[in-house]
Design a protein around this ligand. Structure first.
Ligand code: HMG
Ligand code: MG
Length: 285
């Protein structure tokens, strides 16, 4: 099995979306540029969501217009609906992502509709992405635990992940939104999802609230996953998942992977520079 792992850098989007103080557009651009210098193949830059829901991402188009695009890096944006997709296309996002939940409570809190309604809403986005030739990724949130509904049945995660693949997602990222997954719950969830979708079309997206993200990544590696989402300096949280901490820190994932003999191809000195800048953006907690 491949000993190379792709890290999908989430810092500018998942990392910053929950920051209370509005971060200057120029600083978001600088962070993304520093991450580009580290050599990521994928960076999630921003979201084309309602600015009423997530004010921090209101400058999505300006950020995408201002970054220096490194050849070989795909710059991604979240698109919850057709309006978001059209704005992302106009801003020249290289790829987009639709985001669903495996739990009804989080679906309502995050995107104001049921799981079934969200899948209906994503169908025209998928259609438009296909027509425009824009790759589309999918997220399933709350893959083990939901802040509103508690434990989430693995079969529900598999069902929603399957629906996203059917809509045309090239990859489904499995989100431990509140960082409550353990190696045991991760293993049970992956077993169910992999019975539907091969591991080379799955990614792990672990927040690190409970401090188990790196262990959950190891479990995922043993199931054949080779793509993980992480955020520089562990930035982040989700505005609709109270108490959730940031994504697992990119630097920590790189160190663990390297110890296990996996390559990420990232420039460590450039990563350190990006991490230092990212820490300077985080408001005091
Ligand atoms: P809604 O209120 O049900 O829908 O929101 P609406 O259509 O009535 O729109 C409300 C307002 O937003 C309207 O403005 C629309 O025009 C506007 P008003 O008429 O009131 O002035 N609007 C938009 N504006 C800009 N861009 C758009 C857009 N769409 C509508 N695309 C909606 C539904 C989905 C829009 C809303 O719930 C929303 O934006 N939610 C996004 C929440 C979000 O971004 N959460 C964080 C990202 S997900 C995450 O972090 C999890 C993840 O990391 C994985 C994991 O960790 O699990 C991915
Ligand atoms: Mg997340």
């Amino acid at each position: 099995m491949s000993d190379s792992v792709t890290l999908f850098e989430m810092g500018p989007r998942d990392g910053l979306q929950n920051e209370k103080a509005q971060i200057a557009t120029a600083d978001k651009i600088r962070l993304t540029d520093l991450l580009s210098e580290a050599g990521f193949a994928k960076i999630e830059v921003t979201s084309f969501v309602s600015p009423k829901w997530v004010p921090q991402m209101a400058d999505a188009a300006e950020v995408l217009a201002g970054i220096t695009r490194r050849p070989g890096t795909s710059y991604a944006a979240l698109t919850p609906n057709l309006r978001g997709f059209e704005a992302a296309l106009a801003a020249k996002a290289d790829e987009v992502a639709i985001f669903a939940s495996a739990s009804e409570g989080f679906s309502r809190a995050n995107i104001n509709c049921s799981i079934a309604e969200s899948l209906e809403r994503f169908a025209p986005v998928a259609e438009a992405a296909r027509a425009a030739g824009v790759p589309m990724r999918g997220y399933v949130s709350c893959v083990t635990d939901c802040p509103y509904d508690g434990s989430v049945p693995p079969a529900e995660v598999a069902r929603v992940a399957r629906a996203l693949v059917t809509l045309g997602c090239y990859e489904v990222s499995l989100g431990d939104t509140i960082g409550a997954a353990t190696p045991e719950t991760t293993q049970a969830m992956l077993a169910a999802v992999i019975s539907e979708i091969p591991p080379d079309r799955l990614a792990g997206h672990f927040h690190d609230t409970g401090g188990r993200a790196l262990d959950n990544i190891e479990v995922s590696l043993s199931h054949g996953l080779r793509v993980f989402d992480s955020a520089i300096a562990g930035l982040g949280g989700c505005p609709y998942a109270p108490g959730a901490r940031g994504n697992v820190a990119t630097e920590a994932v790189v160190a663990r992977l390297s110890g296990l003999g996996y390559e990420t191809g990232l420039d460590i000195a450039a990563l350190d520079r990006a991490a230092e800048f990212a820490r300077s953006l985080r408001s005091a907690e």
